[in-house]
Write a protein that binds this ligand. Sequence first.
Ligand code: PLP
Length: 309
Amino acid sequence: MNATTPSHTTHEASEDARNNDIKIYVNGEIVHRDEAKVSVYDSGFMLGDGMWEGLRLYNGKWAFFDEHMDRFFNSCKTVSLDVGMTKEEILDALNRTAAANGMTTDVHCRLMCTRGKKDKPFQHPGLSRSGPTVVMILEHSKPVDSLQSAGIRLATVAQVRGLPTSQDPKLNSHSKLNCIIACLQAEAAGADEALMLDPHGFVNTTNACNFFIVRRGEVWTSTGDYCMNGITRQKVIDLCRANDIPVFEKNFSLYEAYGADEAFLTGTFGAQTPVASIDGKTIGNGERPMIQRIRQLYKELIQRETGGN
Ligand SMILES: Cc1ncc(COP(=O)(O)O)c(C=O)c1O
């Protein structure tokens, strides 16, 4: 590890004391965080049996709400999880929770839905007879500035994000154990976050974000077959296409990643976060013109989407 580079997680937010007193939505009620509780019999706690979404509120509007809901309801349908709420009801609950907290912008929400409370502490989904459990945690949240200046250090790890036949990597499931194992492996290697390969050894994704490289003026990302179908990932691809930036979803190996001019991560929280190094090898020469251009385009997109100035 480079002793002069501070360690980061990609989801490092500035400290905000207001978050000590936030109100949280739990199954229709909006209560102080100290009162926000679910049962120890809950399917999410016991088994990681649930789905979630990370959304951001800017200028009083949830960015890319329809895209988030498409993914959420698709994930829930895949595992026969009845959300028990419509998309409109979720929006209403999100807005009511934001209002109860006096929140309008720079807010991050973790929306969670589990199969609910189980009758017995065993695995069978049929034992979850009083579900679902729906929780919305909204926090004041701004990525720390140093994420942009210092960038993230990645380490390639043994853990892969794998085939749809084991656990489809497109499922935003409560159980993040696969990703957590990858993150622990990266930490043990002295890095901030894990660069995960696909089952064939091609560069795939990180444990919490999607991964892009920039080579000779082109933007590359993985095929998308083995990673989260990230909403920010898709927005970046769409922005490149709309602005004549060559963009490719393709197989590539560490050879091309190490030799990239720039590399960055995408996710709802951090938008686009530069990568400083991979396996101790510095990426590029420290100049990041493509990342800066894409970040600006994305900022403008958020402004158009949420009606901000
Ligand atoms: C493993 C993983 N990859 C990528 C992402 C980024 O997705 P998005 O851009 O929709 O936030 C997430 C976020 O949930 C994730 O968990």
